[in-house]
Design a protein around this ligand. Structure first.
Ligand code: ADP
Ligand code: MG
Length: 516
């Protein structure tokens, strides 16, 4: 792999070798100069190189691959010449909109295909001609298997937000899709982080890629005042209301770990009269679009969101990020709080921890090398701000690639995240993912103690609902919000089939094979 050169500060878009039509669109959109990732990636991609681009959210990665991709396309050729794979519907739509604006003066058709929307209209759009297909992984697979989409002419392939695809368990499908693309293709991979499986994917599927890694000079966390609030689980909502009132944010994102938690919090806050909307994977496409638009247009102050639903989304002017649930890794922490403090503004990030999560907070502090002090009301802060804040000096946040990647076990179809113990040595973290006994398959159940589910209930469901004998069930573990069961591999799928979508103790349960 070739390392990237020092970036030059003075690069202008017109130095990059883009067509006049593309340049005109850029001028009209109002981009003055390329962002660092654009300045580096665009010439390499125009030269036909494979590129791995690592840069944080909000650094302009879409144009970094989008502009050279558009330049590469031949409007006279009706085949699908380029595909962009995205992890979520939101990103798929967002990327499509961005690409269409860049293609304003080109005769290029860009079609978005994603789940949660009628497949027929997407098939019709593909039939009437698409030069570029922007897709979520699942829907693309589906369309390929229905022969509505052929990739034999897709010589430009982009994996956008690759780490997110990994987190969602899509990597295998991504590989399948890559295998269907011509081997002489050009591949670009963009990601905020580069966990080992992504590197391996790049090694296997990319040809001598140029690696461009942009480490922010001031990593977002530097411009962000960070605090924590320690509170018991039961008092969390009340405390949150108090914090929100005291902070009086212009706009805030409140992060929850699960979609169930997010929708519950939305209700709780609405009941207390707050102006809040939620964004998570259980909402319909239309609702999510509406929520995003409302938040972007400042028609709503507070957005409750899960990591997956919010990440990669482009929202400015967020004054506060509140981690209502502590993030599952230091990387997620950086991503979350990076939603504020943008464009030179200062932002505030407040993390809620229950007493038993103090250890996790300490780990985050150590990883991001930030001072995260106990939250005080804004008035108290002003009082205390008088003496010089020495501790803030010289605190340099670690570049992203130096931050330990934390092993996170991703389960569930969309954004249920389960924590695994943090090991401080990144190499050991792979090992620290809980092992499953040979021949056993771990299933994820989206309910736990909080829904009144006990181990006995689950064993009952396995016995009565899935007709399993005692010795086919290796382990049942009930956590607060979810549970895991380990069953013999050969009956795992049947168990899912029998139990998924049924009710247990009055709650609808979802059962899935947990992915690593
Ligand atoms: P990423 O994919 O890295 O998260 P996006 O491509 O979504 O970032 O871009 C983030 C925001 O920055 C978008 O609103 C986009 O329009 C804007 N943007 C991109 N490139 C530039 C540029 N060169 N100058 C100004 N704004 C830009
Ligand atoms: Mg992006």
């Amino acid at each position: 792999m070739t390392e990237n050169k020092e970036q030059t500060e003075e690069t202008l878009f017109r130095d990059l070798g883009l067509n006049p039509e593309i340049q005109q669109a850029i001028d009209e959109i109002g981009f003055e100069k390329p962002s660092p990732i654009q300045a580096e990636a665009i010439p390499e991609l125009l030269n036909g190189h494979d590129v791995i681009g690592q840069a944080q959210t909000g650094t302009g990665k879409t144009a970094a691959f989008g502009l050279p991709m558009l330049q590469y396309l031949d409007p006279g050729n009706d085949e699908v010449q380029a595909v962009v794979l995205t992890p979520t519907r939101e990103l798929c739509i967002q990327v499509t909109q961005a690409l269409r604006s860049y293609a304003e003066h080109l005769d290029i058709e860009i079609v978005a295909v994603f789940g949660g929307a009628p497949i027929r209209s997407q098939q019709a759009q593909l039939r009437s001609g698409a030069h570029v297909v922007v897709a979520t992984v699942g829907r693309m697979k589906d369309l390929i298997s229905r022969r509505s989409l052929v990739l034999t002419a897709a010589r430009f392939v982009v994996l956008d937000e690759a780490d997110e695809m990994l987190d969602l368990g899509f990597l295998e499908d991504v590989e399948k899709i890559l295998r269907m693309c011509p081997s002489g293709r050009q591949t670009a991979l963009f990601s905020a982080t580069m966990p080992p499986p992504i590197k391996r994917l790049a090694d296997t599927f990319m040809y001598d890629p140029v690696v461009i890694s942009i480490t922010p000079k001031t990593l977002t966390v530097d411009a962000i005042e960070q605090a924590f609030v320690e509170v018991s689980g039961r008092e969390k909502v009340e405390k949150l209301v108090k914090v929100v009132k005291a902070e009086d944010p212009e706009q805030a994102i409140l992060f929850c770990r699960t979609k169930i938690g997010a929708s519950r919090l939305e209700k709780d806050l609405k009941n207390r009269g707050l102006d809040v909307k939620a964004l998570h994977g259980d909402l319909s496409q239309g609702v999510r679009d509406g929520v995003m638009l409302a938040f972007k247009n400042h028609r709503c102050k507070l957005l409750v969101a899960t990591d997956i639903a919010a990440r990669g989304l482009d929202v400015d002017h967020v004054t506060h990020v509140i981690n209502y649930d502590i993030p599952n890794s230091s990387e997620t922490y950086v991503h979350r709080i990076g939603r504020t403090g943008r464009a030179g503004r200062t932002g505030r990030a407040i993390t809620f921890v229950t007493p038993d999560q103090r250890r996790d907070l300490e780990q985050i502090k150590a990883d991001v090398k930030a001072s995260i002090s106990e939250w005080e009301t804004p008035e108290d802060r002003i009082e205390h701000a008088r003496p010089p804040r020495r501790k803030r000096r010289g605190q340099e946040a670690a570049p992203l690639d130096e931050q330990p990647t934390v092993a996170v076990e991703k389960v569930g179809e969309f954004d249920e995240v389960v924590e695994v113990p943090l090991a401080s040595d990144p190499d050991q973290q792979q090992e620290s993912v809980p092992e499953v006994a040979d021949g056993e398959v771990k299933l994820f159940v989206n309910r736990g103690a909080r829904s009144g589910i006990t181990e006995e209930d689950l064993r009952w469901a396995l016995r009565e609902g899935a007709v399993l004998s005692e010795d086919q069930v290796a382990d049942v573990r009930v956590l607060d919000r979810f549970s895991f069961v380990e069953v013999d591999g050969d009956i795992a799928e049947r168990t899912v089939e029998f139990l998924d979508g049924t009710r247990l103790k009055g709650s609808g349960i979802r059962v899935e094979i947990a992915r690593n």
